[in-house]
Design a protein around this ligand. Structure first.
Ligand SMILES: *Cc1c(COP(=O)(O)O)cnc(C)c1O
Length: 397
């Protein structure tokens, strides 16, 4: 069947009609356990009553006014995020890439405002993913995404992941910032060790660089803290977030210290849709739950159970699953079989997981998953892994 949509996605042949918590229901009525959460977006699962209430109540009052006027719910959400984080100021937009664009512009403007406009280059890491706009593509540096789209945006220097020497060597008089995901998501669930984040903080301080953390995937409770960098004790100067923060409503966020934001004044940056009343109502509702009593404890507890149960897979199916990695409810299975085939096979068991780089499948369940959901997911992963093992045995005979 030909589609009227631009064919930029290889979509699975399935459409969902509704969702309930960690479950999605397809058109035919079949139920799928959703351990992808729309790529870490549905932080509170599907049809969470508090989010539905917030969205529908706001929808009856006011959707959009533009940023030419005050938006009280945006002031409130910004203040709550500032109170709960390293930051002094917040900027709202609509996506992760836009949040990173704001972060990149802010880091460059910081130096320009300090009399050093020549400091505009940003160091990033191989395997990174920062979005699909022209600048964030250049930041991510992945050739397969960049090719064919004209001259690469200038100003990004990429170093190998974990190569401290290369990182030091890349710092020059034009360097403005270092940009890093605390756990590489698309790159294959590769955590940056806490001591490396602390070392990076010290390195940035030593050279007067802005430290930008991209928490688009790791943020908003995903690892059991509001933001993943909190585990390390090293705070960024500028941070982006998006995916989970709207719980499924498009919402992006750039947080910064007042110092880092010193160059950003009226007119420096903008967005028509960003932070509109609908988005702000939902964002506040997501925070009500995530910052609510015991919620992050729940995430930590259920994540531990999941990781413990997954730990048996590499032992039992060593020719299929070779490693479990990640933090909190952002876990990766490094595979010895093709990850897209594994994801399709899991889908046949009515479990949704998401392929990532480095031949990994990601488990990114909604943060509201129960221990029963976790047991069910692991049971379905076992069935999937066992089927691959049996097929390999069959082929060997
Ligand atoms: C998804 C993602 C982005 C891009 O977010 P979009 O909303 O798709 O623009 C940027 N950075 C990281 C770490 C991501 O996971």
């Amino acid at each position: 069947m030909t589609s009227a949509l631009l064919p930029t996605y290889a979509r699975a042949p399935i459409a969902f009609e509704r969702g309930e918590g960690a479950w999605l229901v397809a058109r035919g009525g079949e139920r799928y356990l959703d351990f992808g959460a729309g790529i870490a977006v549905n932080a509170l699962g599907h049809a969470h009553p508090h989010l539905v209430e917030a969205l529908t109540t706001q929808a009856q009052k006011l959707w959009h006014t533009s940023n030419l006027f005050e938006i009280p719910d945006g002031e409130r959400l910004g203040q709550r995020l500032v109170d709960a984080s390293f930051a002094d100021v917040a900027f709202f937009c609509n996506s992760g890439a836009e949040a990173n664009e704001a972060a990149i512009k802010m880091a460059r403007k910081y130096h320009a405002a300090g009399g050093h406009p020549e400091r505009y280059r940003i160091i990033t890491f191989e395997g990174a993913f920062h979005g699909r706009t022209l600048a964030t593509l250049a930041a991510g540096g992945q050739q397969k995404y960049i090719e064919g789209f004209g001259p690469k945006v200038d100003g990004f220097d990429q170093v190998p992941f974990g190569d401290h020497e290369a990182l030091r060597a890349a710092i020059g008089p034009e360097t403005a910032a270092v940009m890093i995901e605390p756990i590489q998501g698309e790159g294959g669930v590769r955590p940056v060790p806490p001591q490396c984040l602390r070392g990076l903080r010290a390195l940035c301080d030593e050279h007067g660089l802005m430290l930008i953390m991209d928490e688009v995937q790791t943020g908003v409770g995903r690892t059991g803290r509001l933001f993943a960098h909190e585990w390390s004790g090293a705070a960024p100067d500028i941070m982006s977030a998006a995916k989970g923060i709207g719980g499924g409503f498009p919402l992006g966020l750039c947080l910064a210290t007042r110092e880092a934001a010193r160059g950003m004044v009226a007119g420096s940056h903008g967005t028509t849709f960003g932070g509109n009343p609908l988005a702000m109502a939902v964002g506040n509702a997501v925070l009500d739950v995530v910052l609510g009593d015991g919620f992050l404890d729940h995430v930590q507890r259920v994540a531990l159970v999941l990781k413990q149960k997954l730990g048996a897979l590499p032992d039992r199916y060593p020719h299929v699953v070779t490693e479990i990695r990640g933090e909190g409810l952002m876990l990766g299975l490094k595979l010895a079989v093709p990850n897209t085939e594994f994801a399709a096979a899991a889908r046949a068991e009515h479990l949704l997981v998401i392929p990532a780089g480095d031949n990994v499948v990601r488990l990114l369940p909604p943060l509201i998953v129960t221990e029963a959901d976790v047991s069910e997911a692991v049971a379905r992963l076992e069935v999937t892994a066992a089927a691959f093992t049996a097929a390999m045995r069959g082929a060997a005979e």
